[in-house]
Design a protein around this ligand. Structure first.
Ligand code: GLC
Length: 727
């Protein structure tokens, strides 16, 4: 529909109809069963007419259901404005991919784009027009439960992966209108939600504006520059003001500086929560703050519906503010083609073919294998040999809890467990092998394994060549409102590990978890494979790696602490005035008395069945400038007899800045496939804009001066640096 018609439609709307568009409610209000509707409606004090004026719907899926609601809505809405269905498709719709913290370990932007494309295919055919993804919150605190939704601690990688997701969901500009297998992306949670104090969800976020801009906002900006059509506000405060009512954050930064012209939606109830935060005395003030901050849609509370009309009549809110918000919502619906095609991609027949298709599950299996991180492999106990007898033990051995806390439409009953994956592998090789993989009759509890299951496990371990011990967290131990102060494995699992280790020291631990853990308690393991929550094809992908069909290439994108006492711990820290490294034997330097300064497994770390060695760095010159980037080259050799993929990483340090600069920052990465024995030359291009940073006057620019540059396989084990000068 032409813009002029959209503006004409806006002119026909009453103030009440406009305010209705600024609200989002869940689908139960539209249930075709009166008894399901009346509860929620009376709870929120809504009547049928109001329901048919509310602009968007949260959390309804199914082509038939969305078409039913849309048909009813279009009939009942006076101006026949279509509604719009949005939902939380975070890492897959029904074909569930690894949690984002897991898939990020692949460092594969292509995999992120594919995940988003598959998700958009399945979500759109099921009636959704927008998904509340990518979650771009940068996280340096594994106590925070939502770390599982993030891509970890690095701003550069975070931005690249977020951009890939947006492109996968939305396609190129204009695709949303012409390709109904695409969906609008919603960047969340703006902003800096991952920096909650103490890692406790919904808690205060407090940092300098320079650090906010230079570290935490980069990912959101990258996703917006990739074209994201929605942004969601975060629950937390920023600079003492809750994001949802924060005009500086939303108008000055998001709208004016980032140039975001899409729809800003609050998080669930976040407008009314301004009252709990203590910046609004009542719904009127909460609505006033939010509409002036530019929040276009209030999710699941009714401050706007209850008070905006009076605020306009009193002159406290200019109706043009409301018009601007309504126009953005109508424009989004128009971009999606909803006026001409209110059912858009919803199609009951295609839904049966597309959702959870074999093709989608094959994509998931392939990228899931890339997300697995080999943290330890003493004496090359891995890969397993099919001839070995395997005792598969532990609470996650047969558990379908492999989808993570935010899989929404994912079905654990259709997920491949580790047991099924190993059995499937064995059958594919030789049916007789299947009998070599044995597990306990009794299921093992995540917290208190029974004496009988421990005894049975010990017996099995005694009689097996190797133990695969599947440990970790229940998916409910991470995700929203699931912060942990203690990030170790449950005591019962440690006891099981120790009991088994007594009779068979050849233990391969496979971890299912939503956050970096303190793994001290399983120090004696021969091997540790980090599987995160691997998704629908998890068990198959893990079996592929355990038996060597796939050579692991994953590398963690978040530091694994030695101890929770080190948190926040991250690789790109500032040097301080008394760096430990300069005087490690001195007392008065920055260190702990009882633990090292370093991560147990640092950012970018991951092993392979191959062995990669790096030559010395070469550069195309001693310096670089805005006009002339510099190329940094290194030879990488696969010193083994196994083909593999190495994720080579480029790190840079700005030696002198207006504000302190991190000891190193990721500025490039490449997945490099290397056949056994092969050497290849890898080039990185370093540009002046790669080293720009936010100065005290909020300007983003570089400073002339010297830089150190490294290349390596993780943020710790790096080549000798070269020194380059920026003109
Ligand atoms: C939740 C989450 C947000 C989600 C929204 C809608 O509280 O914070 O990520 O998109 O509500 O379900």
């Amino acid at each position: 529909m032409e813009q002029s018609k959209i503006e004409d439609l806006l002119r026909q709307m009453t103030l009440e109809e406009k305010i209705g568009q600024l609200t989002q409610i869940t689908g139960d209000f539209y249930s075709d069963k009166a008894e399901e509707r009346t509860g929620p409606m009376s709870q929120l004090g809504l009547n049928e007419d109001q329901i048919m004026n509310i602009g968007t719907v949260l959390g309804v899926v199914g082509a038939a259901e969305c078409k039913r609601i849309q048909g009813q809505y279009m009939d009942r809405n006076r101006l026949h404005i279509p509604t719009m269905f949005m939902g939380d498709v975070i890492h897959g719709y029904e074909t569930i991919f690894p949690i984002p913290l897991g898939l990020a370990s692949s460092w594969d932007t292509g995999a992120f784009k594919e995940m988003a494309q598959v998700s958009a295919e399945e979500a759109s055919v099921s009636g959704l027009s927008a998904v509340f993804s990518p979650m771009v919150d940068l996280v340096r605190d594994p106590r925070w439960g939502r770390v599982m939704e993030s891509t970890g601690e690095d701003p550069f990688l975070n931005g690249k992966l977020a951009s890939a997701l947006v492109k996968g969901y939305q396609g190129e500009p204009g695709d949303l209108q012409d390709h109904f297998n695409k969906v609008a992306a919603c960047v969340k949670h703006f902003a800096a939600y991952g920096a909650v104090t103490g890692g406790r969800d919904y808690n205060t976020v407090d940092m300098s504006e320079q650090r906010l801009r230079d570290v935490y906002l980069r990912g959101y900006r990258a996703a917006i520059e990739a074209g994201a059509r929605l942004v969601m506000t975060s629950f937390n405060t920023v600079g003492g003001i809750p994001a949802t009512g924060n005009r500086h954050l939303m108008q000055d930064i998001l709208r004016d500086e980032f140039g975001f012209d899409g729809v800003l939606i609050s998080d669930f109830g976040a407008v009314k929560e301004l009252i709990s935060h203590g910046v609004a005395a009542d719904e009127t003030q909460a609505a006033d703050l939010s509409i002036h901050a530019g929040v276009d849609i209030e999710m699941m509370t009714l401050c706007y519906m209850h008070t905006l009309e009076a605020l306009v009549e009193s002159g406290a809110v200019d109706e043009r503010l409301i018009d601007a918000s309504v126009l953005r919502i109508l424009q989004l619906k128009n971009e999606l083609g909803l006026f001409e095609h209110p059912f858009r991609g919803a199609d009951e027949e295609r839904e049966k073919e597309v959702v959870f298709s074999e093709e989608h599950r094959a994509v998931a299996r392939r990228v899931t294998a890339e997300s697995l991180v080999l943290l330890r492999n003493n004496d090359s106990i891995l890969p397993l040999k099919e001839s070995q007898s395997v005792a598969l033990l532990g609470p996650a051995a047969q558990s379908p809890d492999v989808l993570g806390a935010w899989s929404w439409r994912g079905r654990t009953d259709r997920a491949v467990t580790l047991m099924q994956g190993l059995r499937e592998h064995a059958l594919a090789c030789d049916a007789s092998i299947a009998s070599k993989v044995r597990t306990t009759e009794e299921r093992c509890d995540y917290f208190i394994p029974t004496e009988s299951v421990v005894a049975e496990s010990v017996e099995l371990a005694k009689r097996s060549d190797v133990v695969v011990l599947a440990l970790g967290e229940l998916s409910t131990m991470s995700g929203e409102a699931s912060s942990r102060s203690n990030i170790r494995l449950p005591k019962g699992q440690v006891a099981l590990f120790n009991a088994v280790h007594q009779v068979n020291p050849h233990i391969v631990v496979v971890l299912f978890n939503g956050r970096p853990l303190d793994l001290h308690d399983i120090e004696a393991a021969d091997a540790i494979l980090e599987a995160w929550y691997p998704g629908t094809e998890g068990g198959s992908a893990i079996a592929d790696v355990l038996y060597g069909s796939v050579n692991p290439s994953g590398k963690v994108t978040m530091s694994f602490p030695e101890s929770a006492g080190q948190i926040p711990i991250y690789y790109d820290e500032d040097n301080t005035g008394r760096p430990y490294e300069q005087a490690p034997n001195e007392k008065y330097v920055s260190k702990y008395l009882d633990v090292s300064n370093y991560a147990a497994y640092p950012f970018g770390f991951g092993l392979s069945y191959s062995r990669f060695t790096y030559g010395s760095l070469e550069s195309s010159g001693n310096g670089f400038s805005t006009e002339h980037p510099v190329t940094i080259s290194v030879n990488i050799t696969n010193d083994s007899d196994v083909d593999g993929v190495e994720i080579a990483q480029l790190y840079v340090r700005d030696l002198v800045g207006e504000v302190v600069r991190p000891v190193k920052q990721l500025k490039g990465f490449q997945r490099v496939a290397l056949a056994a024995g092969e050497t290849t030359r890898v080039d990185f291009e370093l540009e002046e804009n790669d080293v720009r940073y936010v100065h005290l006057d909020d300007s983003m620019h570089s400073d002339p001066g010297d830089f150190l540059v490294w290349v390596g396989g993780n943020s710790r084990d790096l080549s000798e640096p070269i020194r380059l000068h920026l003109e």
